[in-house]
Design a protein around this ligand. Structure first.
Ligand code: AMP
Length: 210
């Protein structure tokens, strides 16, 4: 049975609003960081927006891997590349797009702590209430009963390709895929976007045996 998750498509406007809300909270707490640590890959755009809003010039990266492909966790979260710069004696804000299990951000904060910063806080645009880790700042909470896969604008083509291939395994053909995505995932995507996906991901025939 092919699995298609419920999805929510986020826009660049949402991202702008979420970044603005977090920046306001950080300022209200008088907690402007000296260094922002971006979790790759989901945290990169949020972290860059927060750098801009908070006037932070130092952006360091840390690679976490957890969810292999769209809506499919790949076992336990792991940090697969260390910090790209030092955090020693810095006030640090660690940023990701969403805390779902919370494992990635939790591991990242622990790792940053080991680098002897003067303070560590964390932020995620969205926080799913079942997460075992609660970021210091988040813009919006998703109730645990309303889990969705959030299609962020910086992951749109990757998510769409994965989801469209799964929908094609149920009923092939661009129009059928479009209808399946609408009905099962709640995603309303332009036909032209699926045509673009179809240029590299076959959507017109059922998947053969694995
Ligand atoms: P986690 O370790 O479960 O908190 O999630 C790690 C990363 O996987 C997040 O930073 C996202 O990039 C991605 N991710 C996990 N759950 C979702 C979701 N429900 N919607 C979109 N992306 C997600």
């Amino acid at each position: 049975m092919v699995d298609l998750p419920r999805c929510r498509q986020a826009t660049w406007g949402d991202a702008d609003r979420w970044a603005g809300r977090i920046a306001e909270r950080v300022r209200a707490a008088d907690a402007i960081p000296q260094t922002i640590v971006a979790l790759t890959r989901g945290g990169w755009v949020p972290a860059r927006l927060l750098c801009d809003l908070l006037g932070v010039h130092r952006l360091v990266s840390l690679r976490a891997q957890h969810w292999g492909v769209t809506a499919t966790p790949s076992g336990k979260a792991e940090l697969t590349e260390g910090l790209s710069g030092s955090v020693a004696d810095q006030r640090v804000l660690v940023v990701d797009d969403i805390t779902d299990t919370g494992e990635s951000l939790s591991l990242a904060v622990e790792h940053v702590r080991a680098g002897h910063p003067s303070r560590v806080e964390s932020a995620a645009f969205l926080h799913i209430a079942h997460s075992t880790f609660v970021p210091t700042y988040y813009a919006e909470e998703i109730p645990r009963t309303a889990w969705v896969w959030v299609v962020f604008p910086w992951n749109y083509w990757e998510d769409l390709s994965t989801l469209a291939a799964r929908a094609a395994a149920i009923t092939p053909g661009i129009d059928a895929v479009r209808a399946t995505l609408r009905e099962r995932s709640g995603l309303d995507v332009p036909r032209a976007d699926l045509e673009r996906v179809a240029a590299h991901t076959p959507l017109d025939r059922p998947k053969g045996p694995a």
